[in-house]
Design a protein. Structure first.
Length: 194
């Protein structure tokens, strides 16, 4: 129970990277002894969600800068799977929701913070359509880990074109096409460290 709750809080972003995870405080918050908290922190450390700082103790893990390309590759694989699953369940209303998000992004005309927030909603909507809570939690974790890191560099028109291709492939139920487009969309551009 403690492990699952802590994992949920980290993935949801309720506990930010670098936040201290004091066993005594967590035990009090969850109404348990420190033993299950200690065990939970060890499990989450093995999963890479928690790290041990020699001065602070257990903390929410920071994304490792040397792993950006690996994290983007994992994100591409997971989001491709989500899109493949979404092909089986997507409705006309959900297609329209994706089109509306795409229209809002195209109306902005440039890739800025507002665009990036809409882009994340677009990708999360596909994950929602896939209807796999476990897959969604992994994808959210990756977005959180990558959030303050590098951004993918591509032109606004290229991104809009790829979004339209993703929507068309989802509408057609073309799993092969949608996975290829998503992978190209996530991996086919250079990564810019800010």
């Amino acid at each position: 129970m403690v492990t699952a709750k802590l994992r949920e809080m980290i993935v949801a972003g309720d506990l930010k990277p670098g936040a201290a995870l004091r066993q005594r405080d967590l035990a009090g918050e969850f109404g348990v002894s420190q033993t299950p908290v200690r065990e939970g922190l060890r499990r989450l450390e093995a999963e890479g969600l928690v790290s041990n700082d020699p001065h602070k103790g257990s903390i929410v893990a920071e994304a490792r800068a040397g792993r950006w390309s690996e994290n983007f590759a994992i994100r591409a694989a997971l989001e491709s799977l989500a899109a493949e699953l979404a092909c089986d369940t997507i409705t006309d209303d959900q297609v329209r929701e994706l089109q509306e998000l795409d229209n809002q992004m195209r109306a902005i005309g440039v890739i800025n913070d507002e665009y990036r927030a809409l882009n994340q909603r677009f990708h999360m909507q596909i994950c929602t359509i896939a209807d796999s809570p476990l897959l969604m939690s992994f994808i959210k974790l990756l977005w959180r880990a990558l959030g303050d890191g590098p951004h993918v560099v591509r032109t606004h028109s290229e991104s809009a074109r790829q979004h339209r291709q993703i929507i068309a492939a989802l509408r057609a139920g073309d799993k092969e096409k949608v996975t290829a487009v998503i992978r190209r969309h996530i991996l086919g551009a250079t990564i810019e460290q800010e």
